[in-house]
Design a protein around this ligand. Structure first.
Ligand code: FAD
Length: 386
């Protein structure tokens, strides 16, 4: 058994960090978590990106193992397939599978994160420190440099073992890769995204099918929409950064109006706040992170987007990060307190999966924006479910 008096330090209380904190605490560890942003339960901070996400079986199993699914179930909306919208407003439903369990679920990023934060604190073994920005990880001397975002003061914190769940610009990753002879690629997709919103109807009803992931495919670019519990949909436009049809070419209110009327006429009546949303919401850049190693000796490990940020077209970034967290726990169960072995094994198990999902996510961008309207693809899909 691992030494459960040991304290494990996490950087980042996002989706993966907060779930991992629950799992480690339930194994008896003390957990100290440093999070750069304010506490989302007390402050109205925007999720920053993807207000809702697709949760799949890969992510559900770790949530079950952490004992959280009973709390998570009520905030899930099942999506049974893709609803493909054409220029004329026709809709074509493509089922994800024949069996009732072959569905994915739309879930609010904020609500899911809050369930995990609350569950972590409820164990009585987790301290989460907000507004604490980890600026430097000194792996030689086991010390973190943390900046308090409110007072701007710096402090030094000692750690035994640090796990970087600090997302795609990870400070822990930077430290590991400064020491080891490492490979560290951040590959830009050259495409970005913008979130918009379809509000509920006058009686709170869903204006398009509640149980579908909606797609308006256009070849080189596309829109998707996922349902929210309140009857609204979070809509995401994915498009190139530069070129003839790109974020660069849609900059003024007139260009926005013309672009949507020309390329997405069937969604325009559903977007009453299009202009406001387009100009107020940030444009998020998309990139893949591939790096190696994911660990340093028995001191540091990367999990979630810190190790493998992927583009969102398979809806698997969070799901894969949750699997990472469970893999760490299962490996601790197997190797006790041999942390060098534990971190090496997790790196071996998960890196191969992280790379695979990164490549599949890029392939699925092509499928979603393009092939879902291809006749052969539609025929194959129809035959598969006959
Ligand atoms: P993050 O969610 O990035 O959390 C990292 C946390 O660390 C943050 O709270 C951050 O504030 C904190 N932090 C960062 N740096 C520091 C620091 N130096 N010091 C202290 N704290 C720090 N995945 C899915 O599975 N399904 C989907 O449908 C899906 N859709 C997506 C749609 C979009 C548009 C995008 C961009 C992503 C999507 N993803 C999806 C991917 C998913 O968002 C990520 O994989 C997931 O958020 C990773 O969780 P994480 O905890 O590893 O990282």
């Amino acid at each position: 058994m691992a030494n459960q008096n040991e304290t494990i330090t996490l950087i980042g209380a996002g989706l993966v960090g907060s779930l991992l904190a629950v799992m480690l605490a339930k194994r008896g560890f003390k957990v100290e978590v440093y999070e750069r942003r304010p506490d989302m339960r007390a402050t109205d901070i925007s999720a920053g990106r993807s207000i809702n996400l697709a949760l799949a079986n890969r992510g559900i199993y770790p949530l079950q193992q952490a004992g959280l699914m009973e709390q998570v179930k009520p905030i899930l909306t099942a999506m049974k397939g893709r609803m493909v919208h054409d220029m004329q407003g026709n809709q074509n439903f493509q089922s994800y599978g024949q069996r009732p369990e072959e569905v994915i679920y739309s879930v609010s990023r904020g609500d899911l994160n809050i369930i995990c934060l609350n569950a972590a604190e409820a164990t009585g073994r987790v301290n989460i420190y907000f507004n604490q920005n980890c600026q430097k990880v000194d792996l030689d001397n086991n010390q973190l440099t943390i900046k308090d975002e409110l007072s701007s003061e710096f402090k030094t914190i000692a750690f035994n073992r640090v796990i970087g769940t600090d997302g795609s610009n990870s400070a822990v990753r930077e430290a590991i890769h400064a020491i080891e002879s490492s490979q560290h690629d951040i590959i830009s997709l050259g495409h970005s995204y913008k979130e918009l919103r379809i509000p509920p109807g006058p009686n709170g009803e869903f204006l398009i099918d509640k149980h579908s992931l909606h797609i308006w495919p256009k070849g080189g670019y596309m829109i998707i929409a996922l349902p929210n519990e309140d009857g609204s949909f979070t809509v995401t436009l994915f498009m190139a950064n530069e070129g003839e049809i790109s974020f660069e070419s849609v900059k003024t209110p007139e260009q926005v109006e013309q672009f949507f009327n020309q390329h997405f006429p069937s969604i325009v009546p559903l977007l009453p706040d299009l202009q406001k949303d387009f100009f107020e919401n940030p444009t998020g850049k998309l990139a893949t992170v591939k790096c190696s190693p994911w660990h340093f000796k028995d001191k540091a490990l990367l999990l979630g987007d810190a190790a493998h940020a992927v583009v969102p077209f398979h809806g698997q970034g969070m799901n894969c990060g949750f699997e990472d967290a469970l893999d760490l726990i299962e490996t601790i169960d197997e190797y006790g307190d041999d942390w060098a072995e534990i971190f090496t094994r997790v790196d071996e198990h998960r890196k191969i999966n992280g790379d695979a999902i990164a490549d599949m996510a890029i392939e699925n961008y092509i499928t979603m924006r393009d092939s879902v309207t291809d006749e052969k693809f539609l025929l194959r899909n129809a035959l598969a479910f006959e």
